[in-house]
Design a protein around this ligand. Structure first.
Ligand SMILES: [Zn+2]
Length: 89
């Protein structure tokens, strides 16, 4: 962690679980990786993603790639900036 590739086949993708109804075949899509949040607010929260959702989340509309690693670093950086603003009040 924070990003872990999954070997097991019995963890389902969190996004597909929400996106498809229970009786839909894609409701239970095996997850291929898990991302653990490192920000203060969501620390320790684990999200599981299948390959398709992972690709979607790391690709922007213009085709550029923003990796989970960079997204985590961005979230942590943003929180630190917020923390500084609070500190100055
Ligand atoms: Zn998925």
């Amino acid at each position: 962690m924070p990003i872990r590739k999954l070997q097991t086949r019995n963890i389902w993708c969190d996004i597909c679980k929400l996106a498809y109804p229970k009786n839909h075949p894609l409701h239970s899509t095996p997850a291929v990786l898990q991302v653990m949040s490192e920000t203060q607010a969501r620390k320790g929260m684990v999200k599981s993603y299948c390959q398709r959702c992972a690709n979607d989340l790391q690709t922007w509309a213009d085709g550029s790639i923003w990796s989970f690693r960079d997204q985590l670093n961005y979230a942590i950086g943003k929180e630190e900036i917020n923390g500084m603003e609070f500190g100055e009040l």
